[in-house]
Write a protein that binds this ligand. Structure first.
Ligand code: 6GU
Length: 272
């Protein structure tokens, strides 16, 4: 996979050299390139923004500067395969991090992990002129405007780090043991992950739950599922309501009932 990031703060993305993403880059699994948006300015002051049409506070990033940047980085390598959509660069999937985007979820990460080429356009100020996304779509490209949560950051850089890490760890060969991708929170089961423990078995007067030391695999599996259900019931009512009743067994329903959730009209609902 190829990932380009365009930003006015390339140093913000230095963390991509580290840890999991850094190793994936070294292993040749992902080719990440960070670019300074100001390389596509043409004036002496290297201006990237201007005042908003219609008035209002703040500054808006200029479409001409962004248009040149995206055209350059979205273009396939000269030696690469021909571009699928016929327009050079249209095959690159443009990701625009913005608090006004659709929610970025594990499902989004899974979808993006299937792409050949992602281009992240990091906006600052009040955002990027809306014609930039419109123009990429008109050229046959895909644009995803995505938010990482209901709070406001100063720019798209940190959100881009979040999204690249979530996507890169799904690429084959990045996470050492692919099984660790299976049971984790926000996987297919729709439950939060159960609590985990390691040595020592007693620490600060706190004991590891006995069942985990028993070697009884069926009981351990059931205990973990109970805990995942209890956690999800206590912390994420939205996830409990989204559970498929047909995928729950009698013990699941018992645990959920103890946590105050009962089936009603084909969905789980809080009692009372
Ligand atoms: Cl993607 N960008 C910014 N600037 N703020 C955010 C965000 C993105 N997601 C949540 N808040």
């Amino acid at each position: 996979m190829r990932i380009d990031v365009v930003t006015i703060f390339p140093d913000y993305l230095a963390a991509l050299d580290l840890s999991l993403v850094g190793k994936a880059r070294t292993a040749g699994i992902v080719d990440v390139r960070v670019h300074d948006l100001r390389d596509w300015t043409t004036d002496r002051h290297r201006t990237v923004d201007d005042t908003p049409f219609g008035g209002g506070a703040g500054m808006v990033m200029r479409p001409d500067v962004w248009g040149r940047a995206i055209a350059d980085v979205a273009r396939p390598e000269p030696s690469g395969e021909p571009d699928g959509a016929g327009v050079p660069g249209a095959r690159a999937h443009l990701v625009v991090p913005t608090p006004s985007g659709r929610s970025f979820t594990q499902r989004t990460a899974e979808a993006l992990a299937g792409e050949d080429h992602l281009v992240f356009a990091c906006g600052r100020y009040e955002g990027i002129d809306a014609r930039v996304a419109e123009h990429h779509r008109a050229a046959g490209g895909t644009v995803s405007e995505l938010s990482i949560g209901d709070y406001v950051l100063n720019g798209g850089e940190v959100a881009t780090l979040v999204m690249i890490e979530a996507v890169a760890r799904l690429l084959p060969g990045v996470v050492g043991n692919p099984e660790s991708l299976v049971e984790e929170s926000h996987g297919a089961a729709g439950l939060l992950e159960y609590p985990v423990y390691t040595k020592p078995p007693a620490w600060e007067g706190l004991e590891v739950p006995e069942v985990l030391l028993s070697g009884h695999h069926a009981r351990i599996h059931r205990w973990r599922r109970d805990e995942a259900l209890r956690r999800t019931a206590a912390r994420r009512p939205d996830m409990v309501r989204a559970l498929d009743l047909a995928a729950l067994d009698r013990r699941d329903l018992e645990v959920l009932a103890e946590s105050g959730w009962t089936p009603r009209d084909g969905r789980l609902d809080r009692e009372g």
